[in-house]
Design a binder for this molecule. Structure first.
Ligand SMILES: O=C(O)CCC(=O)C(=O)O
Ligand SMILES: [Fe+2]
Length: 395
């Protein structure tokens, strides 16, 4: 695991994820790039990341073969995606789901045995939530009130990957989008100190990973809906285990390439490992417009039979891809319950051809101490989250 989890997370101001520092082929971490933080106030706090100096050459990278390593224009060895994320061994078991499998409580429970699970008793036997949520659609003449339910689906059995349709209402999606990109629209919900924007850097030539999106860190009390829904969905999770929620925007051409969501060991002192990733797509992206969340080593539903039909070689190249759809949540588990990272969950946010926005929450093993935005802490949100739980009919 350590050799493939080398795509270390670099935290900025103690939070955030996914800025990778590749290890050399020998498995020793390269010297981390220094990240400078610059803060300025302009209505909202803006924190920009600057790419540090390029990494020093890795002593091991030239020793692997007799061939001279390819160098970049700074004379540094070019590390490939294969170096950082070698293919997953076929010995590591993975179990896709059968296509069209109807919701089955026992299968679902079994799937999540070793991972932080979900509260299955909030769903009926078809996978619909017991609670309903009121949503409105505007027709040409008037507003029509609908009631929707969450719809739970297992997309991959082992490791478990699930989606929940209608997790956010269209209005909630809209609120979270504007909270990030147009805070003045949302003054009734929070003030300017509740959201912190971080422009993700593009990566240096010595790193293979790219995250070109923009992230906003949210104060807990700015996102009571997400927190109330997450703690309702997930089994035995308290607000204390939740990391600062993030809203992420990808504009045309932006992406977050292959990575793991796990916390690097040096940072596990704060709350332990990340046990769950809960990601809510805030808008639709049409077919062919990219922006999917792709799991490199997992097969889409329905590939079990295909494998049996000896199309294995060809079929295995297919990757489980979750398409963004407004309100849909994606849940997976970067680590097992015991904190050991699950190496099978390598994934990416593929290049988006239209703007894509998501809200994201990571759940830790233990109490997590927040650091951004300044003064952010879970206790400040307890009351708001409880009110939201009542409003949503969870209590
Ligand atoms: O945008 C996506 O689809 C994936 C994002 C992601 O994996 C991350 O932010 O850690
Ligand atoms: Fe991720």
């Amino acid at each position: 695991i350590t050799s493939t989890s080398c795509f270390a997370v670099k935290r900025v101001g103690g939070a955030g994820n996914g800025f990778g520092i590749p290890k050399s082929k020998s498995g020793t971490p390269s010297t981390p790039t220094k990240v400078k933080n610059k803060k300025r106030k302009s209505g909202i706090l803006l924190e920009e990341l600057k790419q540090g100096p390029p990494l020093p050459p890795s002593p091991s990278s030239s020793s692997a073969s007799n061939e001279a390593p390819k160098l970049d224009r700074f004379g540094l060895p070019i590390i490939t995606e294969e170096d950082v994320f070698p293919p997953l061994s076929h010995d590591i078991p993975r179990v896709p789901v059968q296509h069209g499998t109807t919701f089955d409580r026992d299968t679902m429970a079994k799937s999540m045995e070793k991972h932080l699970g979900i509260n299955l008793d909030i769903f009926d036997d078809q996978g619909y939530s017991l609670h309903t949520e009121a949503t409105t659609t505007t027709t040409t003449d008037n507003d029509q009130l609908h009631s929707t339910r969450w719809k739970l689906q297992l997309l991959h059995h082992d490791p478990p990957v699930v989606t929940i349709d209608n997790f956010f209402t269209p209005q909630e999606c809209q609120d979270y989008i504007s909270m990030a990109i147009d805070p003045t629209q949302q003054e009734q919900y929070y003030d300017a100190s509740k959201i912190l924007q971080v422009s993700s850097p593009t990566f240096s030539s010595s790193s293979v990973s790219r995250r070109t999106s923009t992230t906003w860190f949210c104060a807990y009390n700015a996102v009571p809906t997400l927190l109330a829904k997450a703690t309702h969905l997930l089994r035995n999770v308290t607000l204390g285990q939740c990391e600062e929620a993030q809203i992420v925007r990808y504009r045309t051409g932006e992406e977050f390439s292959w990575h793991y969501d796990e916390t690097p060991p040096r940072e596990c002192g704060n709350g332990g490992q990340r046990l769950a990733t809960l990601l809510v797509y805030l808008n639709d992206l049409g077919e062919g417009r990219g922006g999917g969340t792709v799991f490199r080593d997992l097969l889409p539903p329905g590939m079990v039979d295909a494998i049996k039909m000896e199309q294995q070689q060809q079929q295995q190249r297919q990757q489980l891809t979750v398409r963004p759809a407004a309100g849909k949540a994606l849940l997976f588990f970067p680590a097992y319950n015991n904190g050991a990272p699950d190496v099978r969950t390598l994934h990416k946010g593929e290049v988006a051809l239209d703007t894509k926005m998501i809200a994201q929450l990571w759940i830790h093993e233990r109490e997590y101490k927040a650091s951004v935005p300044r003064g952010n802490c879970q206790e400040d949100a307890l009351e708001r989250v409880e009110e939201e739980r009542v409003r949503l009919g969870f209590v």
